[in-house]
Design a protein around this ligand. Sequence first.
Ligand code: AMP
Length: 286
Amino acid sequence: MKIIKEINTLRNFLKEERKKQKTIGFVPTMGFFHQGHLKLIQEAKKNSDVVVVSIFVNPTQFGPNEDFNQYPRDLKKDIELAEKEKVDYLFTPSVQEIYQDDFLTYVNVEELGAKLCGKDRPVHFKGVTTVVAKLFNIVNPDKSFFGEKDAQQLVIIKKMVKDLNFDVEIIGVPTVREEDGLAMSSRNIYLNLKERKAALVLFKSLELAKEKIEKGERNSKVIKNEMEELIKKEKLVNLIYISVSNAENLEELDVLEGKVLIALAAKLRKTRLIDNLFLNIKLTTP
Ligand code: AMP
């Protein structure tokens, strides 16, 4: 595995790979790997000849009062895990390498970035799309792999690729969970024992929604209320939102039909967690 910090060095290696007709799979990450990241890497390995993984804690996607400085980092362990997964190129640029002092250009997927998590993280998705667009221009991958865990991010990246004609296929990978159901996240490390236990209610509320839908419930208000009631029982969990939307344009739905995304965000003390459920629902005819 080659560990590369400079854009030009990575480009030169990848040019050679392309000359050999190799397809390139790309997994952008912020590091501190868990099984979710490794699943993305494994999918990339299965679906491409050469795998590039980036580790870059991207400052532009953190708001001024968010956890950019505290965000967990462990490059040494990440290198070991990436080696084990047989990653070909690990790209670990500095902030200066990605954002030079005179940086001025941003990519923003309007409207989609303002919904759901965009309401309490107003600069987040503009930072994500900007860095992903830059990384796509650097790596020029055939395929790029993103977790369904960050559902809104996945929807927005697909839209950016379509709108700006990026020549890359975006592949969504299902959420990897802890044994009890909690969605894996680098931020789970912030949780103390009590919070870790309480956080499970987020997954449970999605399971409850799924159960209701399987029994025929199609009214989004009813589903949201049931989820909220359950979450409220955990005093350590402060719900930020529950959304039931069209999984392609994130428009809120009154009636569940077609491709549906049920997404939520909550805070436990300072830890912001998200989780979601993608569903394909046929409208039941009475
Ligand atoms: P991050 O390092 O948190 O920015 O995540 C990098 C990539 O891993 C993103 O595409 C995430 O959606 C994905 N990811 C994070 N957690 C999970 C998970 N539990 N299951 C699947 N993919 C995940």
